[in-house]
Design a binder for this molecule. Structure first.
Ligand SMILES: NC(=O)c1ccc[n+]([C@@H]2O[C@H](COP(=O)([O-])OP(=O)(O)OC[C@H]3O[C@@H](n4cnc5c(N)ncnc54)[C@H](OP(=O)(O)O)[C@@H]3O)[C@@H](O)[C@H]2O)c1
Length: 319
């Protein structure tokens, strides 16, 4: 009986592997618009798809990002300047893309641009902190998608949204998890809305990877900055020792969890863009597969106990 089940599982994996290995034809006719190409996953994906023969439209936040990317890519790759928080910039990029793709339409948009700070306990933050991150990580994703959706419908193409495991579980405060839960929700309803038009909507939910988003000096300096501006009564609720332990925890946890192999994420993005049968969801990273996602299915009282026992406690904690 056991061997029977093992054989069935093996057959299932082989079937899935064969199904997923096929790639779309005519890459040279397919335009792929990627946001946040200055660094990290977006930068690597732009190079990778360019090498595979796609017509990449790499949106960069900075001029330097555009110049560096152009230097190292083929003539097929176009760059465009984009700030996803500014609708004018988003519309200007969409107009440029429309003239570029013509009647073919746009094969895919990869909503990759994102930021990770300001992040901290919710009562360390104000509404402007939330607005600034949501403007990039959530409203930016929605604005960019809507700006090119007619072109994607024309090509019966794809929308690839980069969320995070923190769109599935929320172990720390601040706008990051809020923004990524929002991306998941937008992704899921758009997938249903677009299915009748032959447009596929796919979601990438990476674990911890070594990029600017997880840069410990950035995360720690952000926490210190938030601490310094706190009113005295909130500082007294937490105590300086809370800040010190949190900063140590950033070094320790990020050191343990961050994976330096960005190709694990880029490979999933490429599959979402190029496979004939892409997956609805990708969870690159061992921490995503074996820790965060299984945790997300556990009852709240278990996950709360786990996180509360494994994070620093405020000095006035009653737990
Ligand atoms: N690294 C991880 O562990 C991890 C895990 C899960 C999900 N993610 C998600 O993956 C995506 C890519 O992040 P990454 O890890 O590759 O970090 P990254 O290297 O910082 O990439 C983010 C990119 O977004 C750009 N950007 C920032 N604000 C922008 C704006 N207003 N308009 C347009 N572009 C903007 C950044 O430009 P500058 O470099 O010029 O600032 C950068 O090129 C993000 O959505 C992130 O939330 C990352």
């Amino acid at each position: 009986m056991f061997l029977y089940i093992l054989a069935l599982v093996a057959v299932w994996f082989i079937y899935r592997w064969l199904k997923e290995i096929k790639r779309v034809p005519n890459k040279g006719d397919k335009y792929v618009y990627i946001t946040g190409c200055d660094s990290g996953f977006g930068n690597k994906l732009a190079h990778h798809l360019d090498q595979l023969g796609f017509r990449v439209i790499a949106a960069c936040y900075t001029e330097m990002g555009e110049t560096q990317l152009k230097k190292l890519s083929s003539e097929r790759l176009n760059t465009v300047s984009l700030d996803v928080t500014k609708s004018e910039s988003v519309s200007k990029a969409a107009a440029f893309i429309k003239t570029l793709v013509g009647e073919k339409g746009l094969w895919a948009v990869v909503n990759n641009a994102g930021v990770s700070v300001p992040s901290g306990p919710n009562d360390w933050l104000n509404i402007e902190d939330f607005k600034s991150m949501l403007a990039v990580n959530l409203n930016g994703v929605i604005d960019v998608t809507l700006s090119v959706l007619p072109l994607i419908k024309k090509a019966r193409g794809r929308v690839v949204n980069v969320a995070s495991v923190f769109g599935r579980i929320s172990p720390f405060g601040g706008p990051y998890c809020v923004s990524k839960y929002g991306v998941e929700a937008f992704n899921d309803c758009l997938r249903l809305n677009m299915a009748p038009f032959g447009v596929k909507v796919l979601c990438i939910e990476p674990g911890f990877f070594k990029t600017s988003v997880t840069d410990t000096s950035l995360v720690k300096s952000n926490l210190k900055k938030l601490w310094d501006r706190l009113p005295q009564d909130v500082q007294e609720d937490y105590g300086k020792v809370f800040l010190e332990q949190t900063l140590e925890g950033v070094d320790q946890r990020f050191g343990q969890l961050t994976d330096g192999d960005l190709m694990k994420v880029v490979g999933c993005m490429e599959h979402a863009v190029a496979a004939v049968h892409p997956r609805y969801r990708y969870s690159p990273g061992w921490d995503a597969k074996f820790f965060w996602l299984p945790m997300s299915y556990l009852p709240t009282f278990i996950t709360d106990k786990f996180f509360l026992n494994n994070t620093p406690k405020p000095i006035k904690s009653v737990l």
